[in-house]
Ligand binder design. Structure first.
Ligand code: GSH
Length: 122
């Protein structure tokens, strides 16, 4: 049952990727100097995600719409999955890592991540 649900979610994710590709959001336009400032700020942000997760696709669309350069990290397996579990506290995506001077904060929940990005960069 768990496997069927996982396969359904994967399939739905692929379909959403196709729809996302067809109806890709247009990017917010900023003056060059403002965009350069934004790009500098987003260096400290990392999005832990799965490629075909619907909540991650929703978050990536918001990132594109807001014209943000945010590194995405595949948390499906390997070092980033391990880091997410250890440092973030749980394996759930999307999760936005916000790197501070001494420590990082980890924001879970797609709506909370999008809210944070909109408040900071819209
Ligand atoms: N309410 C959450 C839902 C996130 C969610 O369910 N993510 C799934 C992937 S689509 C997940 O991380 N599952 C854990 C796993 O597959 O290991 C959000 O909006 O971010």
């Amino acid at each position: 049952m768990k496997l069927i649900l996982k396969a359904l979610r994967e399939g739905l994710g692929r379909l959403i990727i196709l729809i996302d590709w067809i109806f890709s959001p247009s990017r917010l336009k900023r003056a060059d100097d403002v965009q350069a400032d934004v790009n500098q700020k987003t260096v400290t942000l990392k999005l832990y995600q799965f490629y075909a997760c619907p909540f991650c696709i929703k978050t990536r669309r918001a990132i594109k719409r807001l014209n943000l350069k945010i590194e995405t990290r595949n948390a499906q397996a390997g070092e980033f999955r391990e880091e997410l579990g250890l440092m973030g506290g749980k394996i759930k995506v999307p999760c936005l890592k916000i790197e501070g001077e001494d420590e990082a904060s980890w924001v879970y929940e797609s709506d909370a991540i999008i809210n944070y990005l909109e408040k900071r960069f819209a």
